[in-house]
Structure formats: structure tokens, C-alpha cells
Ligand binder design. Structure first.
Ligand code: 5GP
Ligand code: MG
Length: 183
């Protein structure tokens, strides 16, 4: 789905599909330089990270494995509380592995802070984070994100895997959702 197909639901396109692909390629070059000859384990956080994972994994000129986790953070409304429940755990054993968590977006950073602690406690050789988008609040939190695609304003965005009420994940671009859609 393209932004023009749902123009009325969007206020602004933040990053086009082409910009996202260019940025992911650049991040892949950084990752390749940091893990020469390593067999990386990419851990995607369902469901939002599906598109980033698919594009990043194919862009990487490294042997990789892919695994997935689904988590839900308890909290009132749209605010994340930091209390996280695992809905689907990894299939892989992390002992001695170099793990890269692949996330769509970091807002409060609470979910990732919890995930980082959880995965690090499983005996991995290293655990780092790659997030396509980061909002201003997260930049202030002490969550150590090694790779960030784009810093974006504090608006609710959809597309490229990001949903509102399970919709818009198949939008190619990332765009700000028009307030009339959710109010
Ligand atoms: P936090 O960093 O606050 O713990 O939570 C991050 C999660 O909240 C993301 O993985 C994503 O699922 C969701 N999220 C945060 N900001 C947005 C946004 O602007 N749009 C969408 N669709 N999801 C968001
Ligand atoms: Mg997510």
C-alpha cells in the first residue's frame, strides 16, 4: 500500500520506502564492520519489526540466523509500563551467541530495557540493539541502542510494520497518522 492510497488518513510522510532502504543498507554496512566473520543471531520483536528484519537480514553480507520474540507490556492505554510479559519466546539457545535485537521503534525504551536484561541473562556473548526509529523520549533514557535508523518527532507513526489497531502495517512509507483516525 502506498501513502497516496490512504492520503486522508495521514498528515505527513516522514520517511519514504526508498529512504528507509537506503538507511537500512548503511546500517548493514556498520553491522558488517562490527561483526566480521561472526554468525549473528537476529532477534526480531513481533510484529512491528517484521519489515525491518526482512530488509536488514537480506541486506547483510554476513551469515545470520533469525529468531522471533513476541512481548506485551502491561500498562494503561498507549503508555508502556516496563512490566513485560513474553507471549512467544525464542526457539534458540543464546549461549555464546552474538545477538542483535531488531526493533521497529523505541518510544519510552522500557520494553527494550527489559528485553536487553532478559536476553543478557541467558549467557549470550553479546546483546546489542538495532532500531529503525527512535523518538525524543527514548534518546533521554539510558537504553543503549547501538544502531538507530532515524530520529523522529514525538508523533504517532504507522507503516513499514508499524500499526494502529493492527492496520497500516503494509504501508510502504512511514507516516504520521491523522488525529481523526484515532480520536
Ligand atoms: P516503549 O519503547 O515505549 O517501551 O515501546 C515501544 C513500542 O511501542 C514499539 O515497539 C511499538 O510497538 C510501540 N510504539 C511506540 N511508538 C509508536 C508509534 O509511533 N507508532 C506505532 N505504531 N507504535 C509505536
Ligand atoms: Mg514493537
Amino acid at each position: 500500500m502506498d501513502s497516496v492510497d490512504i492520503q486522508a488518513d495521514l498528515t505527513k510522510v516522514l520517511h519514504t520506502e526508498a529512504e528507509i532502504h537506503t538507511r537500512i543498507a548503511a546500517m548493514a554496512r556498520e553491522i558488517e564492520a562490527d561483526y566480521p566473520g561472526e554468525n549473528l543471531l537476529l532477534v526480531g520483536v513481533l510484529k512491528g519489526a517484521v519489515m525491518v528484519m526482512a530488509d536488514l537480514a537480506r541486506e547483510l553480507k554476513l551469515p545470520i540466523n533469525m529468531d522471533w520474540m513476541a512481548v506485551s507490556s502491561y500498562g494503561a492505554g498507549t503508555q508502556s509500563s516496563g512490566v513485560v510479559r513474553i507471549l512467544k519466546d525464542l526457539d534458540s539457545d543464546l549461549s555464546g551467541r552474538n545477538v542483535l535485537i531488531v526493533e521497529d521503534i523505541i518510544d519510552s525504551g522500557l520494553t527494550l530495557t527489559w528485553l536487553l536484561g532478559n536476553l543478557r541473562s541467558r549467557g549470550a556473548a553479546s546483546v546489542e540493539i538495532c532500531a529503525l526509529f527512535r523518538k525524543p523520549l527514548a534518546a533521554k533514557v539510558v537504553v543503549d541502542v547501538r544502531y538507530v535508523g532515524f530520529e523522529i518527532p514525538n508523533d504517532f507513526v504507522v507503516g513499514y510494520g508499524l500499526d494502529f489497531d493492527e492496520r497500516y502495517r503494509n504501508l510502504r512509507d512511514v507516516a504520521v497518522l491523522a488525529p481523526h483516525v484515532y480520536s
